[in-house]
Design a protein around this ligand. Structure first.
Ligand SMILES: CC(C)(COP(=O)(O)OP(=O)(O)OC[C@H]1O[C@@H](n2cnc3c(N)ncnc32)[C@H](O)[C@@H]1OP(=O)(O)O)[C@@H](O)C(=O)NCCC(=O)NCCS
Length: 167
């Protein structure tokens, strides 16, 4: 499996699983019936953003997008989004995408990465981010309306991308 920059034509493979993840309504604060046009603009068209895919012999199994978390004075902190096809979940695709995105963000000069809204019941994601060095800075209580669990918290998660300074 190769993690590479997205190119023209990848969207046709991204949309079916991105649509399913969004329709489930459990992990992103998106309208569950988001249109393809809006989803494509949101995922592929962020200002200063880059999009990556996990390509397994021509099959796109997952995607990630990397962008500045804030404009201008806040532009040195990155944000990123991740979507793995449900059929390919739990096989290391998310970890591979995240490793690549962290590396690219550091290479681009971002000093940290912040996730603004990780649903606290998204245990797979939370444990993956923690294993990659992210910590939960705060949890905004009852800020996500989960279709199964009701009102749950959203974690703000953070990781520095700077090399530790020698003592
Ligand atoms: C969260 C997500 C990106 C993880 O991607 P993935 O390819 O399924 O995850 P991986 O197989 O790389 O697993 C990475 C880690 O996640 C956790 N994990 C993943 N699947 C798991 C499962 N079925 N049970 C328990 N832990 C699991 C483990 O900590 C695992 O660690 P390991 O590598 O030591 O086993 C993916 O499930 C996804 O796209 N979910 C829907 C959208 C989403 O939640 N995006 C993130 C929003 S913050």
């Amino acid at each position: 499996m190769e993690i590479r920059e997205a190119r023209d034509g990848d969207w046709e493979q991204i949309w079916p699983f991105l649509r399913d993840v969004v329709a489930a309504g459990e992990t992103y604060c998106w309208t569950r019936d988001t249109t393809e046009e809006a989803a494509k603009a949101w995922w592929m068209g962020k200002t200063g953003g880059r999009v990556f895919v996990a390509d397994d012999g021509g099959r796109v199994l997952g995607t990630a997008e990397l962008h500045p978390n804030q404009p201008a004075a806040g532009g040195h902190v990155a944000n990123a989004g991740f979507m793995v096809a449900p059929l390919a979940a739990g096989r290391g695709v998310g970890r591979a995408l995240a490793g690549h995105v962290l590396e690219q963000a550091a290479n681009e000069g971002f000093r940290a990465m912040q996730f603004n809204a990780v649903v606290e019941t998204n245990h797979n994601a939370v444990s993956l981010w923690k294993s990659l060095g992210f910590t939960v800075l705060a949890t905004v209580p009852a800020s996500f309306r989960h279709p199964v669990h009701g009102f749950v918290g959203l974690h703000v998660m953070y990781r520095s991308l700077e090399a530790p300074r020698p003592e």
